[in-house]
Design a protein around this ligand. Structure first.
Ligand code: SF4
Length: 62
């Protein structure tokens, strides 16, 4: 389980500092979630922190 950022990402960077496990980093055109690191925020938040702050709703659970 993990989350993924789509190409709709506007590169705003809002999600990166919110991730409790530092799974998010800036890619070339969009931000990227390391799916081997993402825990879906289990143990940290009731819902995914990145999803909660994304202004364009471009993060989904895979
Ligand atoms: Fe990080 Fe949580 Fe988003 Fe996974 S769901 S990338 S752990 S903020």
């Amino acid at each position: 389980m993990a989350h993924r950022i789509t190409e709709e990402c506007t590169y705003c960077g809002a999600c990166e500092p919110e991730c409790p496990v530092n799974a998010i980093s800036a890619g070339d055109d969009v931000y990227i979630i390391d799916e081997s690191v993402c825990t879906d925020c289990v143990g940290y938040h009731d819902e995914a922190a990145c999803v909660a702050v994304c202004p364009v709703d471009c993060i989904f659970k895979v």
